[in-house]
Design a protein around this ligand. Structure first.
Ligand SMILES: *Cc1c(COP(=O)(O)O)cnc(C)c1O
Length: 448
Protein backbone atom coordinates (compact mmCIF):
# COMPACT_ATOMS: atom_id res chain seq x y z
CA UNK A 1 0.00 0.00 0.00
CA UNK A 2 2.76 2.37 1.03
CA UNK A 3 4.75 1.38 -2.03
CA UNK A 4 1.86 1.97 -4.40
CA UNK A 5 1.31 5.44 -2.98
CA UNK A 6 5.00 6.10 -3.35
CA UNK A 7 5.04 5.08 -7.00
CA UNK A 8 2.02 7.27 -7.70
CA UNK A 9 3.76 10.23 -6.12
CA UNK A 10 6.95 9.45 -7.98
CA UNK A 11 4.85 9.36 -11.14
CA UNK A 12 4.38 13.10 -10.85
CA UNK A 13 8.11 13.74 -10.83
CA UNK A 14 10.75 13.45 -13.52
CA UNK A 15 11.46 9.93 -12.28
CA UNK A 16 8.13 8.81 -13.76
CA UNK A 17 9.77 8.34 -17.11
CA UNK A 18 11.57 5.32 -15.72
CA UNK A 19 8.57 3.69 -14.12
CA UNK A 20 7.59 0.91 -16.46
CA UNK A 21 6.82 -2.74 -16.04
CA UNK A 22 9.94 -4.87 -16.45
CA UNK A 23 10.04 -7.57 -19.09
CA UNK A 24 10.04 -11.23 -18.16
CA UNK A 25 13.72 -11.50 -19.02
CA UNK A 26 14.49 -8.57 -16.77
CA UNK A 27 12.69 -10.30 -13.90
CA UNK A 28 14.65 -13.50 -14.03
CA UNK A 29 18.03 -11.83 -14.42
CA UNK A 30 17.28 -9.35 -11.63
CA UNK A 31 17.84 -6.47 -14.04
CA UNK A 32 15.30 -3.70 -14.54
CA UNK A 33 14.30 -1.12 -12.03
CA UNK A 34 14.73 -1.40 -8.28
CA UNK A 35 11.58 -2.71 -6.59
CA UNK A 36 11.45 0.51 -4.56
CA UNK A 37 10.91 2.38 -7.85
CA UNK A 38 8.30 -0.03 -9.13
CA UNK A 39 10.44 -2.80 -10.63
CA UNK A 40 10.23 -6.47 -9.78
CA UNK A 41 11.82 -7.84 -6.63
CA UNK A 42 15.20 -9.50 -7.16
CA UNK A 43 14.23 -12.30 -4.75
CA UNK A 44 10.71 -13.59 -4.60
CA UNK A 45 11.37 -16.90 -2.86
CA UNK A 46 11.00 -17.69 0.84
CA UNK A 47 14.00 -17.45 3.16
CA UNK A 48 14.61 -20.25 5.62
CA UNK A 49 12.83 -19.39 8.87
CA UNK A 50 14.59 -19.02 12.22
CA UNK A 51 14.66 -20.60 14.73
CA UNK A 52 14.15 -24.06 13.30
CA UNK A 53 12.01 -26.64 15.05
CA UNK A 54 11.68 -30.00 13.34
CA UNK A 55 9.01 -31.95 15.24
CA UNK A 56 10.06 -35.48 14.29
CA UNK A 57 13.69 -34.70 15.10
CA UNK A 58 13.38 -32.28 18.01
CA UNK A 59 10.33 -33.40 19.96
CA UNK A 60 11.05 -36.93 21.28
CA UNK A 61 13.82 -35.83 23.67
CA UNK A 62 12.00 -32.65 24.62
CA UNK A 63 8.70 -34.42 25.38
CA UNK A 64 10.47 -37.15 27.35
CA UNK A 65 11.97 -34.40 29.47
CA UNK A 66 8.61 -32.63 29.95
CA UNK A 67 6.82 -35.84 30.89
CA UNK A 68 9.49 -36.90 33.37
CA UNK A 69 8.65 -34.08 35.80
CA UNK A 70 12.39 -33.50 36.28
CA UNK A 71 12.67 -29.92 35.05
CA UNK A 72 15.29 -28.42 37.32
CA UNK A 73 18.98 -29.01 36.63
CA UNK A 74 19.77 -32.75 36.36
CA UNK A 75 21.18 -35.28 33.88
CA UNK A 76 20.03 -33.53 30.65
CA UNK A 77 21.85 -30.31 31.57
CA UNK A 78 24.97 -32.33 32.36
CA UNK A 79 24.62 -34.09 29.01
CA UNK A 80 24.29 -30.77 27.17
CA UNK A 81 27.39 -29.43 28.94
CA UNK A 82 29.33 -32.52 27.96
CA UNK A 83 28.25 -32.22 24.31
CA UNK A 84 29.00 -28.49 24.11
CA UNK A 85 32.46 -28.99 25.66
CA UNK A 86 33.11 -31.70 23.06
CA UNK A 87 31.78 -29.54 20.21
CA UNK A 88 34.20 -26.71 20.99
CA UNK A 89 37.07 -28.81 22.34
CA UNK A 90 37.03 -27.50 25.90
CA UNK A 91 37.72 -29.52 29.05
CA UNK A 92 34.72 -28.18 30.98
CA UNK A 93 31.42 -26.43 30.27
CA UNK A 94 28.84 -24.89 32.58
CA UNK A 95 25.41 -24.05 31.20
CA UNK A 96 23.84 -20.91 32.67
CA UNK A 97 20.66 -18.89 32.10
CA UNK A 98 22.03 -16.66 29.33
CA UNK A 99 25.13 -15.24 27.70
CA UNK A 100 25.04 -12.05 29.76
CA UNK A 101 25.30 -14.03 32.99
CA UNK A 102 27.93 -16.32 31.49
CA UNK A 103 30.09 -13.19 31.06
CA UNK A 104 29.22 -11.82 34.51
CA UNK A 105 30.09 -15.18 36.12
CA UNK A 106 33.36 -15.63 34.23
CA UNK A 107 34.61 -12.15 35.12
CA UNK A 108 33.52 -12.52 38.76
CA UNK A 109 35.28 -15.87 39.15
CA UNK A 110 38.50 -14.50 37.70
CA UNK A 111 38.35 -12.08 40.60
CA UNK A 112 37.53 -9.00 38.55
CA UNK A 113 35.79 -6.27 40.52
CA UNK A 114 36.15 -2.84 42.11
CA UNK A 115 39.18 -0.89 40.93
CA UNK A 116 39.80 -3.10 37.92
CA UNK A 117 39.72 -2.18 34.25
CA UNK A 118 38.65 -4.50 31.44
CA UNK A 119 39.45 -3.71 27.80
CA UNK A 120 36.68 -4.39 25.27
CA UNK A 121 35.71 -3.31 21.76
CA UNK A 122 32.85 -0.84 21.23
CA UNK A 123 31.42 -2.80 18.29
CA UNK A 124 29.43 -5.33 20.31
CA UNK A 125 26.13 -6.03 22.00
CA UNK A 126 25.39 -4.10 25.19
CA UNK A 127 25.75 -7.21 27.40
CA UNK A 128 29.55 -7.24 26.99
CA UNK A 129 29.92 -3.84 28.64
CA UNK A 130 27.22 -4.46 31.26
CA UNK A 131 29.00 -7.64 32.42
CA UNK A 132 32.05 -5.53 33.33
CA UNK A 133 30.02 -2.84 35.13
CA UNK A 134 27.89 -5.43 36.96
CA UNK A 135 31.10 -6.68 38.59
CA UNK A 136 32.02 -3.15 39.65
CA UNK A 137 34.88 -2.87 37.14
CA UNK A 138 35.45 -0.08 34.61
CA UNK A 139 35.02 -0.75 30.87
CA UNK A 140 37.86 0.57 28.72
CA UNK A 141 36.89 0.78 25.06
CA UNK A 142 39.55 0.01 22.48
CA UNK A 143 38.75 0.98 18.90
CA UNK A 144 38.19 -1.60 16.17
CA UNK A 145 39.93 -2.51 12.93
CA UNK A 146 37.53 -1.12 10.29
CA UNK A 147 38.27 -4.02 7.92
CA UNK A 148 37.44 -6.83 10.38
CA UNK A 149 35.15 -4.87 12.81
CA UNK A 150 36.99 -6.64 15.68
CA UNK A 151 39.03 -5.10 18.52
CA UNK A 152 42.24 -3.74 16.95
CA UNK A 153 45.18 -5.42 18.71
CA UNK A 154 47.49 -2.59 17.58
CA UNK A 155 45.53 -0.21 19.80
CA UNK A 156 45.26 -2.40 22.92
CA UNK A 157 48.64 -1.70 24.48
CA UNK A 158 48.00 2.03 24.79
CA UNK A 159 44.86 1.19 26.79
CA UNK A 160 46.67 -0.95 29.39
CA UNK A 161 47.21 0.66 32.81
CA UNK A 162 48.27 -0.67 36.23
CA UNK A 163 44.56 -1.39 36.83
CA UNK A 164 43.94 -3.49 33.73
CA UNK A 165 43.05 -7.08 34.63
CA UNK A 166 41.58 -8.54 31.48
CA UNK A 167 40.99 -8.20 27.76
CA UNK A 168 37.48 -9.09 26.65
CA UNK A 169 37.60 -9.65 22.87
CA UNK A 170 34.26 -10.19 21.16
CA UNK A 171 34.06 -12.31 18.01
CA UNK A 172 31.44 -9.95 16.75
CA UNK A 173 29.03 -11.02 14.00
CA UNK A 174 30.62 -14.48 14.37
CA UNK A 175 33.92 -13.35 12.79
CA UNK A 176 36.86 -14.30 15.02
CA UNK A 177 39.02 -11.57 16.57
CA UNK A 178 42.80 -11.58 16.09
CA UNK A 179 43.39 -13.99 18.95
CA UNK A 180 47.10 -14.66 18.40
CA UNK A 181 47.89 -10.97 18.82
CA UNK A 182 45.48 -10.58 21.74
CA UNK A 183 46.73 -13.57 23.72
CA UNK A 184 50.35 -12.52 23.12
CA UNK A 185 49.60 -9.08 24.59
CA UNK A 186 47.73 -10.63 27.52
CA UNK A 187 50.68 -12.89 28.27
CA UNK A 188 53.15 -10.03 28.07
CA UNK A 189 51.13 -7.92 30.53
CA UNK A 190 49.81 -10.70 32.80
CA UNK A 191 46.15 -10.20 31.84
CA UNK A 192 43.25 -12.61 31.58
CA UNK A 193 41.48 -13.14 28.27
CA UNK A 194 37.73 -13.74 28.45
CA UNK A 195 36.22 -14.36 25.03
CA UNK A 196 32.73 -13.12 24.28
CA UNK A 197 31.88 -15.90 21.84
CA UNK A 198 28.15 -15.17 22.16
CA UNK A 199 27.95 -14.89 18.34
CA UNK A 200 30.73 -17.34 17.47
CA UNK A 201 29.50 -20.91 17.97
CA UNK A 202 31.99 -23.26 16.24
CA UNK A 203 33.96 -20.40 14.67
CA UNK A 204 37.67 -21.24 14.47
CA UNK A 205 41.11 -19.72 14.50
CA UNK A 206 43.73 -22.10 13.11
CA UNK A 207 41.31 -24.97 13.63
CA UNK A 208 40.68 -24.14 17.32
CA UNK A 209 37.22 -23.05 18.37
CA UNK A 210 36.41 -19.55 19.54
CA UNK A 211 35.77 -19.60 23.27
CA UNK A 212 38.72 -21.93 23.89
CA UNK A 213 41.49 -19.51 22.93
CA UNK A 214 41.70 -17.56 26.21
CA UNK A 215 41.14 -18.26 29.91
CA UNK A 216 37.38 -18.57 29.53
CA UNK A 217 34.80 -18.42 26.76
CA UNK A 218 31.14 -17.40 26.94
CA UNK A 219 28.28 -18.31 24.60
CA UNK A 220 24.65 -17.30 24.18
CA UNK A 221 21.77 -19.49 23.00
CA UNK A 222 19.13 -16.75 22.85
CA UNK A 223 16.32 -17.10 20.31
CA UNK A 224 18.01 -15.24 17.44
CA UNK A 225 21.37 -16.95 17.89
CA UNK A 226 22.75 -19.64 15.60
CA UNK A 227 22.16 -22.20 18.36
CA UNK A 228 18.72 -21.07 19.50
CA UNK A 229 17.11 -22.24 22.76
CA UNK A 230 15.05 -19.14 23.56
CA UNK A 231 17.37 -18.24 26.40
CA UNK A 232 20.58 -19.90 27.47
CA UNK A 233 24.29 -19.50 27.86
CA UNK A 234 27.48 -21.38 28.66
CA UNK A 235 30.98 -20.86 30.00
CA UNK A 236 33.86 -23.08 28.90
CA UNK A 237 37.39 -23.36 30.22
CA UNK A 238 40.17 -25.87 30.77
CA UNK A 239 40.78 -24.51 34.28
CA UNK A 240 39.10 -26.89 36.76
CA UNK A 241 39.38 -24.65 39.81
CA UNK A 242 37.83 -21.73 37.89
CA UNK A 243 35.01 -23.90 36.54
CA UNK A 244 34.31 -25.25 40.05
CA UNK A 245 34.01 -21.66 41.31
CA UNK A 246 31.68 -20.79 38.41
CA UNK A 247 29.54 -23.82 39.24
CA UNK A 248 29.31 -22.86 42.91
CA UNK A 249 28.50 -19.24 42.04
CA UNK A 250 25.68 -20.29 39.69
CA UNK A 251 24.16 -22.47 42.41
CA UNK A 252 23.80 -20.03 45.38
CA UNK A 253 27.48 -20.37 46.27
CA UNK A 254 27.10 -24.01 47.32
CA UNK A 255 30.42 -25.82 47.37
CA UNK A 256 31.28 -27.65 44.18
CA UNK A 257 34.27 -29.80 43.36
CA UNK A 258 37.55 -28.54 44.65
CA UNK A 259 36.70 -24.89 44.71
CA UNK A 260 35.15 -23.79 47.91
CA UNK A 261 35.40 -24.46 51.60
CA UNK A 262 34.69 -27.72 53.34
CA UNK A 263 31.83 -29.79 51.96
CA UNK A 264 29.26 -30.11 54.70
CA UNK A 265 30.20 -26.81 56.26
CA UNK A 266 27.34 -25.06 54.48
CA UNK A 267 27.30 -22.58 51.67
CA UNK A 268 30.85 -21.49 51.21
CA UNK A 269 30.94 -18.52 48.90
CA UNK A 270 29.01 -15.58 47.54
CA UNK A 271 26.74 -16.80 44.79
CA UNK A 272 23.53 -16.40 42.91
CA UNK A 273 21.27 -18.73 40.96
CA UNK A 274 21.75 -19.06 37.23
CA UNK A 275 20.84 -22.69 36.69
CA UNK A 276 19.73 -24.09 33.39
CA UNK A 277 16.54 -26.14 33.09
CA UNK A 278 16.26 -29.68 31.79
CA UNK A 279 13.89 -28.74 28.95
CA UNK A 280 16.24 -26.00 27.73
CA UNK A 281 19.02 -28.57 27.65
CA UNK A 282 16.78 -30.99 25.73
CA UNK A 283 16.08 -28.28 23.14
CA UNK A 284 19.77 -27.49 22.96
CA UNK A 285 20.75 -31.10 22.36
CA UNK A 286 18.35 -31.23 19.41
CA UNK A 287 19.61 -27.93 17.92
CA UNK A 288 23.25 -28.87 18.49
CA UNK A 289 22.93 -31.86 16.13
CA UNK A 290 22.27 -29.47 13.23
CA UNK A 291 24.78 -26.78 14.16
CA UNK A 292 27.93 -28.18 12.45
CA UNK A 293 26.20 -28.58 9.05
CA UNK A 294 24.44 -25.20 9.36
CA UNK A 295 27.70 -23.50 10.32
CA UNK A 296 29.50 -25.00 7.31
CA UNK A 297 26.68 -23.88 5.00
CA UNK A 298 26.67 -20.31 6.36
CA UNK A 299 30.43 -20.08 5.91
CA UNK A 300 30.33 -21.39 2.32
CA UNK A 301 27.44 -19.17 1.28
CA UNK A 302 29.01 -16.14 2.96
CA UNK A 303 32.31 -16.57 1.15
CA UNK A 304 30.49 -17.05 -2.16
CA UNK A 305 28.34 -13.97 -1.59
CA UNK A 306 31.38 -11.99 -0.51
CA UNK A 307 33.17 -12.82 -3.77
CA UNK A 308 30.20 -11.62 -5.81
CA UNK A 309 29.54 -8.47 -3.76
CA UNK A 310 33.23 -7.49 -3.82
CA UNK A 311 32.88 -6.81 -7.54
CA UNK A 312 30.23 -4.13 -6.99
CA UNK A 313 31.72 -0.64 -6.54
CA UNK A 314 30.97 0.80 -3.10
CA UNK A 315 30.41 -2.58 -1.43
CA UNK A 316 33.29 -3.53 0.86
CA UNK A 317 32.66 -6.88 2.53
CA UNK A 318 34.27 -8.10 5.80
CA UNK A 319 37.87 -9.20 6.00
CA UNK A 320 38.93 -12.06 8.27
CA UNK A 321 41.46 -11.58 11.07
CA UNK A 322 44.72 -13.58 10.67
CA UNK A 323 44.34 -17.33 11.13
CA UNK A 324 40.56 -17.57 10.73
CA UNK A 325 39.67 -21.02 9.44
CA UNK A 326 35.92 -20.70 9.93
CA UNK A 327 33.47 -17.96 10.86
CA UNK A 328 30.05 -18.51 12.41
CA UNK A 329 28.37 -15.63 10.53
CA UNK A 330 25.74 -14.62 13.02
CA UNK A 331 25.44 -11.75 10.57
CA UNK A 332 26.81 -11.13 7.10
CA UNK A 333 28.42 -7.67 7.08
CA UNK A 334 29.60 -5.28 4.40
CA UNK A 335 30.49 -1.63 4.36
CA UNK A 336 28.33 0.61 2.20
CA UNK A 337 30.14 3.52 0.54
CA UNK A 338 27.48 6.09 -0.16
CA UNK A 339 29.74 8.07 -2.53
CA UNK A 340 30.04 5.10 -4.90
CA UNK A 341 26.23 4.88 -5.07
CA UNK A 342 25.14 7.74 -7.28
CA UNK A 343 27.39 10.08 -5.32
CA UNK A 344 25.42 10.02 -2.10
CA UNK A 345 22.66 7.44 -1.79
CA UNK A 346 22.16 7.22 1.98
CA UNK A 347 22.56 3.95 3.83
CA UNK A 348 18.99 4.18 5.08
CA UNK A 349 17.58 4.49 1.52
CA UNK A 350 19.89 1.69 0.39
CA UNK A 351 18.51 -0.51 3.20
CA UNK A 352 14.93 0.35 2.27
CA UNK A 353 15.65 -0.44 -1.38
CA UNK A 354 17.41 -3.71 -0.53
CA UNK A 355 14.54 -4.80 1.72
CA UNK A 356 12.12 -3.97 -1.14
CA UNK A 357 14.13 -6.39 -3.30
CA UNK A 358 13.20 -9.13 -0.82
CA UNK A 359 16.52 -9.17 1.03
CA UNK A 360 16.27 -8.79 4.84
CA UNK A 361 18.86 -6.29 6.09
CA UNK A 362 19.61 -3.80 8.83
CA UNK A 363 22.04 -1.12 9.93
CA UNK A 364 23.39 -2.80 13.05
CA UNK A 365 24.93 -1.41 16.20
CA UNK A 366 25.19 2.18 17.37
CA UNK A 367 28.25 3.29 19.41
CA UNK A 368 28.24 1.48 22.74
CA UNK A 369 30.81 3.80 24.30
CA UNK A 370 28.43 6.76 24.10
CA UNK A 371 25.23 5.45 25.66
CA UNK A 372 24.01 6.71 29.06
CA UNK A 373 24.34 3.41 30.99
CA UNK A 374 27.98 4.07 31.97
CA UNK A 375 27.05 7.43 33.48
CA UNK A 376 24.21 5.76 35.35
CA UNK A 377 26.54 3.04 36.68
CA UNK A 378 28.98 5.73 37.89
CA UNK A 379 26.10 7.41 39.76
CA UNK A 380 25.03 4.27 41.64
CA UNK A 381 25.62 3.86 45.35
CA UNK A 382 27.97 0.93 44.82
CA UNK A 383 30.22 2.74 42.35
CA UNK A 384 30.34 5.85 44.56
CA UNK A 385 31.56 3.64 47.43
CA UNK A 386 34.10 1.81 45.25
CA UNK A 387 35.70 4.75 43.45
CA UNK A 388 36.73 8.33 44.11
CA UNK A 389 34.83 11.22 42.53
CA UNK A 390 37.80 11.80 40.24
CA UNK A 391 37.72 8.19 39.05
CA UNK A 392 34.02 8.59 38.32
CA UNK A 393 34.41 11.78 36.27
CA UNK A 394 32.16 10.66 33.42
CA UNK A 395 33.20 13.37 30.96
CA UNK A 396 36.85 12.43 31.45
CA UNK A 397 35.97 8.74 31.00
CA UNK A 398 34.05 9.56 27.82
CA UNK A 399 36.97 11.60 26.43
CA UNK A 400 39.34 8.65 27.06
CA UNK A 401 36.94 6.21 25.41
CA UNK A 402 36.42 7.78 22.00
CA UNK A 403 36.51 5.28 19.11
CA UNK A 404 36.33 7.09 15.75
CA UNK A 405 36.80 3.96 13.60
CA UNK A 406 33.84 2.39 15.35
CA UNK A 407 31.76 5.54 14.85
CA UNK A 408 32.35 5.28 11.10
CA UNK A 409 31.57 1.56 11.00
CA UNK A 410 28.33 2.15 12.91
CA UNK A 411 27.34 4.62 10.18
CA UNK A 412 28.36 2.53 7.17
CA UNK A 413 27.89 -1.17 7.92
CA UNK A 414 25.04 -3.23 6.51
CA UNK A 415 24.01 -6.56 8.02
CA UNK A 416 22.18 -9.47 6.48
CA UNK A 417 20.76 -11.87 9.08
CA UNK A 418 22.25 -15.36 9.47
CA UNK A 419 19.21 -17.29 8.29
CA UNK A 420 19.52 -15.96 4.72
CA UNK A 421 22.87 -17.79 4.57
CA UNK A 422 20.97 -21.07 5.02
CA UNK A 423 19.30 -20.64 1.63
CA UNK A 424 20.71 -22.10 -1.59
CA UNK A 425 23.41 -20.79 -3.90
CA UNK A 426 20.86 -19.33 -6.32
CA UNK A 427 19.47 -17.19 -3.50
CA UNK A 428 22.99 -15.81 -2.86
CA UNK A 429 23.10 -14.86 -6.54
CA UNK A 430 19.78 -13.03 -6.21
CA UNK A 431 21.19 -11.02 -3.26
CA UNK A 432 24.19 -10.01 -5.35
CA UNK A 433 21.88 -9.22 -8.31
CA UNK A 434 19.77 -7.02 -6.03
CA UNK A 435 22.78 -5.02 -4.82
CA UNK A 436 24.14 -4.68 -8.38
CA UNK A 437 20.75 -3.42 -9.52
CA UNK A 438 20.66 -0.83 -6.72
CA UNK A 439 24.15 0.28 -7.72
CA UNK A 440 23.13 0.63 -11.37
CA UNK A 441 20.13 2.78 -10.41
CA UNK A 442 21.74 4.56 -7.47
CA UNK A 443 21.26 8.06 -8.87
CA UNK A 444 17.52 7.50 -9.35
CA UNK A 445 17.22 6.01 -5.85
CA UNK A 446 19.13 8.93 -4.39
CA UNK A 447 16.67 11.38 -5.95
CA UNK A 448 13.57 9.38 -5.02
C1 LIG B 1 23.66 -12.19 22.61
C2 LIG B 1 24.95 -11.62 23.09
C3 LIG B 1 25.29 -11.54 24.44
C4 LIG B 1 24.31 -11.83 25.54
O1 LIG B 1 23.69 -13.04 25.48
P1 LIG B 1 22.22 -13.24 26.08
O2 LIG B 1 22.04 -14.71 26.00
O3 LIG B 1 21.28 -12.47 25.23
O4 LIG B 1 22.26 -12.75 27.48
C5 LIG B 1 26.53 -11.08 24.79
N1 LIG B 1 27.42 -10.69 23.86
C6 LIG B 1 27.12 -10.73 22.55
C7 LIG B 1 28.17 -10.30 21.56
C8 LIG B 1 25.88 -11.19 22.13
O5 LIG B 1 25.59 -11.20 20.83
Amino acid sequence: MVRRTFIKTAGLSAGAFWVRRPTHAAQSSGAGLPALLGGEKAYRGKWPTWPRWIPEHDEPGFLKCLRSGVWSRAATVTEFEKRWAEAVGAKRCLAVVNGTNALITALAQLGIGAGDEVILPPYTFIATAQAILMNGAIPVFCDIDPATYQIDPRRIESKITSRTRAILPVHILGLPADMAAITALAKKHGLYVVEDACQAWLAEVNGKKCGTLGNAGCYSFQNSKNLAIGEGGAIVSDDDAFMDRCHAYHNYGNAYGTAVGVVGAGTAMLGTKLRYTEYQAAMGLAQLKRLPAETALRHENAEYLKARLSKIPGIIPYRFSPGVTRAAFHLFPFRFDSEAFGGGLTRSTFLKALAAEGVPCSSGYTPLNKMPYVKHAFETKNFRRMYTAEELDYDAWLARNQCPENDRICQTLVWLPQHVLLADRAAMDRIADAVAKLHAHADKLAKA
